[in-house]
Write a protein that binds this ligand. Structure first.
Ligand SMILES: [Zn+2]
Length: 282
């Protein structure tokens, strides 16, 4: 079987907090459950699911509260460190203490070694295998986001409108400039054709959304409320053959955000997402 040229990266679908990590977290059980409810990209592993013959799926097996694979490992490179939400979070989405900061400094290396690096090694291996087989590779970074902004979002973004306005689908694009770019340039890992194809595929998905288009109001936006698209570090900024786009679905489209449960039409939602994925990959 040939290796597919498509990689689905699912970093935030797990709510699993291993016992040895639970003891590092300062929250009471109720507060931890609430934070997991708000911060987990629930059911994204089922929504963004293609069979192995069509795509390689790299799913992070534990919660982002353990360690967040979507952040840079190097704190100097990671802007979210400023709000205590770098690779190892010390603050919650509400700005409360999640870990003791001094303890977290000691725990960090073990967490990164145990969970973060093996995940990135798997992602890099999948990327290099796809490049070897096809000469190019498309990474789709698969997420969802709450319909109401969380307090941390206002601290991170200077643009309040970008935070408050919640489209049904947010398409995140790479903004990395190629080395020595002589002029302003779109990000090198999200070419224009990919932006356009993603907008068309997910726009058509919303038009056919199960349960009616009522939920699909506000349509599609690029890099709003969340920007960027993950590219493995060895390829970031130096290999155009690695193409990347992020797809974020607003959670009220497919789930009850209070309970975490799937909406009745969930299977149809998953089928619609998968059809859109196939269209951008085609
Ligand atoms: Zn996410």
């Amino acid at each position: 079987m040939t290796v597919p040229g498509i990689i689905l990266h699912v970093p935030h679908s797990s709510a699993e907090v291993p016992a040895e990590v639970r003891s590092q977290l300062l929250l009471e059980d109720d507060d931890l459950a609430r934070e997991l409810r708000l911060m987990t990209d629930w059911h994204t592993d089922e929504l963004f699911a293609l069979p192995p013959a069509e795509a390689v799926t790299v799913r992070f097996p534990v919660s982002r509260l353990v360690v967040d694979p979507e952040r840079f490992e190097d704190p100097e490179a990671e802007g979210m460190e400023a709000v205590g939400m770098g690779a190892v979070y010390t603050r919650t989405s509400q700005g409360l203490f999640l870990r003791d900061e001094a303890e977290a400094t000691h725990e960090r290396e073990a967490l990164v070694a145990r969970y973060y690096r093996p995940h990135h090694a798997a992602l890099e291996a999948a990327t290099s295998a796809a490049l070897a087989a096809h000469g190019r590779c498309l990474i789709v970074d698969c997420h969802s986001f709450p319909s109401l902004p969380l307090p941390y979002e206002f601290k991170v973004s200077a643009d309040r409108w970008k935070v408050v306005h919640r489209p049904a689908v947010c398409i995140g694009t790479d903004t990395t400039l190629p080395p020595n770019a002589p002029f302003a340039h779109p990000g090198m890992h999200t070419p224009l054709w990919l932006r356009e194809r993603a907008a068309i595929a997910f726009g058509e998905m919303l038009a056919r959304w199960p349960g009616g288009a009522g939920k699909a109001v506000a349509g599609i936006a690029f890099d709003r409320p969340f920007g960027g698209a993950l590219v493995p570090l060895p390829y970031l900024g130096n290999d155009r053959r690695v193409q990347a786009v992020m797809i974020e679905l607003r959670r009220d489209l497919y789930m009850d955000e209070e309970t975490g449960g799937r909406l009745p039409g969930f299977a149809g939602c998953a089928a619609a997402v998968q059809m859109a994925l196939r269209r951008i990959c085609a």
